[in-house]
Design a protein around this ligand. Structure first.
Ligand SMILES: Cc1ncc(COP(=O)(O)O)c(C=O)c1O
Length: 353
């Protein structure tokens, strides 16, 4: 009997490495990266810097570690960091910004994840003996909690102008930066050229098992390399991680368009289902978030009903559900999932009658 197939929409981090990645790992040339002697890591870092149009790059263990190192590299303890109120750094990184980096996060709200330059300007505290020094502005592109929304190069440019006026650095959490570039149909450098430094993840929709890259000036990367060591992120034969990263940068980016098409198909399908509310203007890349208040049950229960049908999703809030498309989710999976959600909605509406 064929094994039952589970369709996993929880995150684009659940992807498994491709055969080509496994082959690349098998044949990777290795050395001790703490001594700077792993040729595969060195190749990946060079490639990442070139792709992003910056001087240098550094392989780190995770997106969270990349963000923490950048916060520390770009600031001094006690300084103020402006970030979007729903940003990953503020919500999901265990408060490392305060606990480890010793910084004061200053959240600024936005409807779609792109900070308004006027709001940023208003949040920058004037020179005053009572206030911390404003040092850094952080952006997130695409924006996870807002549902994979995109910040355009023009929007980043406008924030960059504010940062420059106030002598602040501009950092981009670009965990899914290639999703933004593919959806906008621009070279990724169009997005990176207005920020001082950034990170992107290999382990999200690019299918690598582990790893993120920090990218910026030689000086920023030199400082970050030392901070990575202090945080316990100095790795030895890290070519094992870097080898699939090279495959990802060379081959896995163009296919993101397929994930975006599937997300749109899913969103448009569930938009027609009774009891579900979804704002299609938020569905810009591979993340689909929707409100299930109209079904009369909490998101946790909705998710367990989906699980009974071998479909996995995540709760975003009491009435909000998130589904993410990635390599491994095909059009047929999307169609099957729309039908499953429709049947849950029908059952619940029958119960209500
Ligand atoms: C926008 C964003 N930044 C950072 C991270 C953290 O990455 P990691 O899970 O590799 O620590 C994530 C993870 O989902 C993310 O979505």
């Amino acid at each position: 009997m064929a094994a039952k197939e589970t369709i996993d929409f929880r995150s684009d981090t659940v992807t498994l490495p491709t055969e080509e990645m496994l082959e690349a790992i098998r044949h990777a040339e290795l050395g001790d990266d703490v001594f700077g002697e792993d040729p595969t890591v060195n190749r990946l870092e060079k490639l990442a810097a070139e792709r992003m149009g910056k001087e240098a790059a550094l392989l780190v263990t995770s997106g969270t570690q990349a963000n923490l190192i950048s916060l520390m590299s770009n600031t001094k303890r006690g300084e103020l960091v402006i970030l979007e109120a729903e940003s990953h750094i503020y919500w999901y990184e265990v408060g490392g910004i305060s606990m480890i980096a010793g910084l004061l996060p200053w959240p600024v709200k936005s409807p779609l994840g792109a900070l308004d330059p006027e709001d940023v300007e208003a949040a920058i505290l004037p020179q005053n003996i009572h206030f911390p020094e404003p040092a850094l502005i952080c952006l997130e592109n695409t924006h996870n909690r807002h549902g994979g929304t995109i910040i355009t190069p023009d929007q980043i440019k406008a924030i960059n102008e504010v940062a420059q006026i106030h002598g602040m650095k501009l950092y981009l959490d670009g965990a899914r930066i290639f999703n933004a570039a593919i959806a906008l149909r621009v070279d990724v450098k169009e997005i990176t050229k207005y920020v001082d430094n950034l990170m992107f993840c290999l382990s999200k929709s690019l299918c690598c098992p582990v790893g993120s890259l920090l990218v910026g000036t030689d000086e920023f990367i030199k400082k970050s390399r030392k901070l990575r060591k202090v945080l316990g992120g100095g790795m030895r034969q890290a070519g094992i991680i870097a080898a699939p990263g090279i495959v990802a940068l060379e081959r896995m980016i163009d296919r993101l368009e397929e994930d975006h098409r599937n997300a749109r198909l899913l969103a448009e399908g569930i938009a027609k289902i009774k009891g579900i509310q979804i704002d299609l203007s938020y569905v810009q890349t591979n993340i689909v978030c929707f409100d299930i208040s109209g079904l009369g049950i909490a998101a946790d229960l909705f998710i367990s009903k989906l699980k009974e049908k071998d479909i996995l999703a995540l709760t975003l809030a009491e009435n909000k559900v998130r589904m993410v498309t990635h390599r491994g989710i095909e059009k047929e999976h999307v169609e099957k999932s729309i039908a499953a959600i429709e049947s849950i909605s029908n059952e619940l509406h029958l119960e209500l009658k």
